[in-house]
Design a protein around this ligand. Structure first.
Ligand code: EPU
Length: 423
């Protein structure tokens, strides 16, 4: 196993290019199950998670090839409706095959994902939604066995909480249903807009893109199409916060600043220098390892502040002069980075879903041996390591490799001293 080593305290300069979004690539790859023929996807990041979903597609009978960041997936060979525990347990987004399998085969047997490092994360909304489309869902031996005789039937689905993958699963199922499906309180994340564009290109009829009410007029057949994955807003946000925390002057390129409204506002409030263009963000700081203003954060569904950037912002707030209150409303257990940040000298108290971060007021975090616990917690430790004095060793970096493409090269390109080493 590898660990990541960072010699902290160096300002970041230069530019970094953002990859395609993991959380858009996963549903778009799953959507290629919906139609035979060659689906072409551009700007697909090469990550542990995208490899996992491609292995899952292979196990269902599909074939694929990658040329650079372009994937060609042949949806013709689909011959299996079962996603095994082995694949689903390594990546809960594997549940995204449920909707397409039901739409195309009328049957899907998918292992229940179980809990994960950030919370219980049930899939009851997905199943309730399928039931409104006429599907019978049984839970047996750790698997969801979902089936319908004939075509899915359009229906009305209301989500208690806007669920990202729940909305995506329902959209994919409803695209091939008989009649009209309405999804109320749908999630509005940009990745859903990317999926709607792909489905529309395949012949689906969907109204309400970017809104909380989506109307899908089912069609009998979809055809393979060509799509481009949107830039990864969480990767872009992570590098923006890293520059703000370590100090420096850097351009974050090939991103979409319009997908980061809340983070950019928080960085502005924190006193970080910020300029944006159509596809870039420039971050400049006047002092190293120090932000002038304290900012509070409450995570919310899009366009609110993303839970996937909560841990990273907490690392930044350790570099402030006052008390920042960080409220995690999406996942009940997403403070696993706190004990690790404390090992680096951070002053953080947790009370339920609220973390109070007392900035070090000009003192630096100190490098330490820490452990990555999930994807975004790991990136907050990287940010802390970049801002800290001395050496930080982050173990279990396979978590980082799930969602950040070429992170070591990208950070090195910004002037950081960082490398991988055997544990
Ligand atoms: N929820 C339920 N029942 C459900 C579905 C969701 O109670 O059936 C709850 C969840 O427990 C959570 C809330 O609803 O409290 C929202 O969860 P959501 O379903 O939106 O999360 P998700 O679709 O499982 C996606 C991303 C996550 C990201 C969340 C929130 C993908 C593949 N994953 O997960 O990304 O944190 O939305 O924005 O799109 C990451 O990339 O590190 C990551 C965890």
């Amino acid at each position: 196993m590898k660990k990541l080593v960072i010699e902290g305290g160096r300002a970041l300069h230069g530019e970094v290019h953002i990859s395609g979004a993991k959380n858009a690539a996963l549903p778009l790859i799953a959507a290629s199950l919906l139609a035979p023929g060659i689906h072409i996807l551009h700007n697909v990041p090469d990550l542990r998670d995208t490899r996992t979903i491609l292995r899952l597609l292979e196990s269902l009978g599909l074939s694929w090839e990658r040329q650079g960041s372009t994937l060609k997936i042949d949806g013709t060979g689909l011959n299996c409706s079962e996603a095994s525990y082995e694949l689903v347990k390594t990546m809960r987004a594997s549940v995204l095959v449920l909707g397409p399998l039901l739409a195309r085969l009328g049957r899907a047997k998918v292992s229940l994902p179980g809990g994960c490092a950030i919370g219980a994360r049930p899939i009851n909304f997905h199943l309730m939604g399928f039931e409104h489309l006429g599907v019978r869902c049984d839970l047996e031996h750790g698997y969801v066995d979902a089936r319908i005789d004939g075509r899915l039937q359009g229906g009305t689905v209301y989500f208690d909480i806007p669920s990202v993958t729940g909305t995506e699963n329902l959209l994919m199922a409803a695209a091939l249903a008989e009649g009209t499906t309405i999804i109320k309180n749908a999630a509005r994340e940009p990745e859903i807009g990317n999926l709607i564009d792909m489905l529309t290109g395949m012949g689906a009829v969907i109204e309400g893109k970017h809104s909380e009410r989506l109307t899908v007029h089912g069609v009998e057949k979809l055809t393979a199409s060509e799509s481009t994955i949107i830039p990864d807003r969480i990767e872009a946000g992570t590098y923006a916060i890293a520059v703000a925390a370590a100090g420096g002057d850097a351009m974050i390129k090939d991103c979409d600043p319009g997908h980061l409204p809340s983070l950019l506002e928080k960085l502005r409030l924190a006193g970080v220098g910020l300029e944006t263009g159509d596809d870039w963000i420039r971050i400049t700081t006047t002092a190293r390892n120090h932000v002038t203003n304290v900012v509070d954060v409450t995570t919310m569904p899009y366009p609110g502040y993303p839970t996937d950037l909560q841990a990273q912002f907490m690392a930044l707030m350790t570099c402030s002069d006052g008390l920042s209150v960080i409220h995690e409303t999406i996942f009940e257990n997403r403070f696993m980075h706190v004990p690790e940040l404390q090992r680096m000298g951070a002053d953080i108290q947790i009370d339920g879903r609220v973390a109070m971060v007392k900035g070090l007021g000009g003192n630096l975090l100190t490098g330490a041996q820490v452990m990555a616990t999930d994807l975004r917690a790991s990136s907050s430790l990287v940010i802390a390591g970049l801002a800290a004095a001395g050496r930080t060793d982050i173990s279990r970096i396979y978590h980082l490799e799930r969602g950040y493409e070429n992170m070591v090269d990208k950070l090195t390109g910004l002037g950081a001293t960082v490398w991988k080493e055997d544990e």
